[in-house]
Design a protein around this ligand. Sequence first.
Ligand code: FES
Ligand code: FES
Length: 157
Amino acid sequence: MQRHHISLTVNGDSHELNIDPRQTLLQVLREDLELHGTHLGCDSGDCGACTVLLDNEPVPSCLVLAADADGRAVVTVEGLVQNGEPHAVQKAIVAHGGVQCGYCTPGIVVSSVALLQENPHPNEQQVREAIAGNLCRCTGYQKIIAAVVEVGAESGF
Ligand code: FES
Ligand code: FES
């Protein structure tokens, strides 16, 4: 299979990559760039575990061909670290007990950060809608939602 060259900016770093044109963005992130914070769940767009920001929009990276991300900017959960510390959303979700197995957590964090960038002070319903594509089998969502609402209420987003 002929390789395909793409340029990708990931978490602020530029990458020149020769990919298999069948590779998804999720595969390139995990396998080529070894960014394992973005999780593979359903591999069909249903669970949200693979959510990343693509040009600032949350997308399921399992449904994006890496070739279609050529020239674009990606932010993964690793890119949300602030001054060497976890993002405020990550801290709040942990503080509220919103992490159990943690499989869904990176995707939920990315979707929540995307919401807060657009709507700095979301209410509970708006958080619910923002993370509607992120499935969590463990927590029942309430603690996660309370955490994101709190970050919006307290932060200077
Ligand atoms: S792994 Fe992409 S939505 Fe489930
Ligand atoms: S904490 Fe286990 S799936 Fe969400």
